[in-house]
Design a protein around this ligand. Structure first.
Ligand code: ZN
Length: 237
């Protein structure tokens, strides 16, 4: 059976017939591994799934040391295929100028390393789209956990971004996202990836196989396009 793809999760779900992109935050990795780069790489490589690493906008206070380590970890851990989750968040009391600085540095890393991005954006879409326009990146940007209205979804589509949806989403926005720009995630949710696919299929009025095949093929294509020479074999969970 074609595996489900979970484009953004914080935990590994065993026995779910799923390939996952596990998001690991650089600040947490640094803390848990006492800043030891070898230990960080060991931890990231041993997750057994694809990984996204980056500095979350809530953790930008520790940017200096984390951003220095990030490209080293990407280069040493071939299962790291995304920079993420990174982005902008206006609901937190963290200077927006600094958030933008840290985000831009990570955009530049994504371009230099030729890997796509998983983006966290809360109430800062004007800033995000402005930066996208100014930086004109080549790598794919996937805005995760999108719950916005159709007009915002249309804006993101026009600006060339992809959207990932999880357990909670605005069904009206589904209609404006072409299937080849839609990704699916569990993020922190307790619900499993199958139920998110089922919910989206019901709202899209398509059968489950069509959506699963579409996401899987695109994911494979994306992974093949950014394949490191020492790429590991990822097993279906
Ligand atoms: Zn997340």
């Amino acid at each position: 059976m074609i595996p489900y793809i979970d484009i953004h999760t914080h935990s590994i779900h065993s026995g779910t017939g799923c390939i996952e992109v596990v998001s690991l935050d650089m600040a947490d990795l640094h803390t848990n591994c006492g800043g030891d780069v070898d230990a960080i790489c060991q931890k990231v490589s041993s997750c057994g799934q694809y990984a996204a690493i980056g500095l979350h906008p809530w953790n930008v206070a520790s940017a200096e040391v984390c951003l220095a380590t990030l490209p080293i970890v990407v280069q040493r851990c071939p299962n790291v295929r995304f920079i993420g989750e990174v982005g902008l968040d206006r609901t937190r009391d963290i200077d927006m100028g600094w958030q933008k600085n840290v985000f831009q540095t990570q955009v530049e890393m994504s371009e230099d390393l030729s890997i796509p991005m998983v983006i966290h954006c809360v109430r800062a879409f004007d800033e995000l789209l402005c930066m996208r326009k100014a930086l004109n990146p080549h790598q794919r940007w996937i805005v995760h956990g999108f719950r916005g209205k159709p007009e915002l979804a249309r804006q993101l589509m026009r600006s060339g971004l992809d959207i990932s949806m999880g357990e909670h989403y605005n069904p009206l926005s589904l209609g404006v996202i072409p299937m080849d720009r839609l990704w699916i995630e569990t993020d922190m949710s307790e619900s499993n990836i199958q139920s998110v696919y089922t919910s989206l299929c019901e709202n899209l009025n398509i059968d489950a196989d069509t959506l699963r095949e579409s996401v899987f093929q695109r994911f494979q294509h994306l992974m093949d396009a950014h394949k490191p020479t020492n790429s590991p074999k990822i097993v279906v969970n």
